[in-house]
Design a binder for this molecule. Structure first.
Ligand code: NI
Length: 258
């Protein structure tokens, strides 16, 4: 019997330092893991375009990350459009959103570029992979006001269960990563345990946020299996059930994944 593919909805496999892309993808193949790789600025959109053309079981998002919005111009949008139209493995817009943690000096510009990219995703009819850090209600309010027809994923969800429920009320999916394995990650564990399964997705955000038992070392996309194990434990169901449900959810959002 074929093992179910696990869909890791957010991996920066092209940013790993301790192992090559080939090695990380070989480990993914061994664990039946398919990945989606986000871009973050006006150069990495081309990198992701090349990467997904080169490797099977690797898909991509194009988008400008909140910290990099100063590079965003009309040309960025037309470059993104060209990439999407010529590459059917670019299956979403990301990672885009708001980040008030690192730098609060250009919040207005972050909002403006976030809105433009939401409108662009709507126009392309593609899902959105959202980065949101310490900007919970601004992010949700902008999505509520501006998103018309794109499915939305909150990547590396770090909010409260209450905020997760508020997102789900608006049809937004919740992607859980390695943080859920951290002993002190009470909020994320509570979210992973209690949200309806049909809004749950998996990710790693490697090379960051390495799950236990490799915390402290560099993360890699195949470690999504530790995220699966922890969520299964928290919910007292099997890992296979988590894999099955999250793959159905991901394929519902991304029908291009085979
Ligand atoms: Ni990321």
């Amino acid at each position: 019997m074929n093992k179910i593919k696990i869909i890791n909805t957010h991996s920066h496999v092209n940013m790993l330092k301790e192992r090559s892309v080939e090695e990380a993808l070989k480990n993914c193949a061994d664990e039946n893991v398919v990945i989606i790789v986000p871009s973050y600025d006006d150069k990495s959109i081309f990198e992701v375009d090349e990467l997904v053309k080169k490797y099977p079981d690797v898909y991509g998002y194009v988008g400008i990350f909140p910290e990099d919005v100063k590079c965003f111009t009309d040309k960025t949008l037309s470059d993104m459009e060209e990439i999407i139209k010529s590459n059917n493995k670019i299956i979403g817009i990301g990672e885009i959103g708001l980040d008030y943690y690192w730098n609060k000096s250009f919040i207005d510009l972050q909002k403006e570029v976030f809105i433009k990219q939401i409108e662009f995703a709507n126009q392309m009819n593609l899902p959105i992979n959202v980065h949101c850090r310490e900007a919970y209600f601004d992010t949700l309010n902008i999505l509520k006001e501006h998103n018309k027809n794109s499915k939305v994923i909150m990547h590396c969800f770090s909010g409260s269960l209450e905020f997760a429920k508020e997102c789900i009320k608006h049809g937004i999916y919740i992607a859980i990563g390695g943080v859920v394995t951290f002993k002190n990650a009470v909020k994320v564990k509570e979210v992973a345990k209690n949200i309806p399964l049909d809004y749950l997705l998996l990710e790693t955000d490697d090379p960051y946020l390495t799950p236990v038992p490799y915390r402290g070392k560099e993360n890699q996309p195949s470690y999504v299996k530790y995220v699966v194990r922890e969520i299964a434990n928290l919910r007292s169901i099997t890992s296979e059930e988590i894999e099955r449900v999250t793959t159905i959810n991901a394929k519902n959002i991304f029908p291009q994944i085979i």
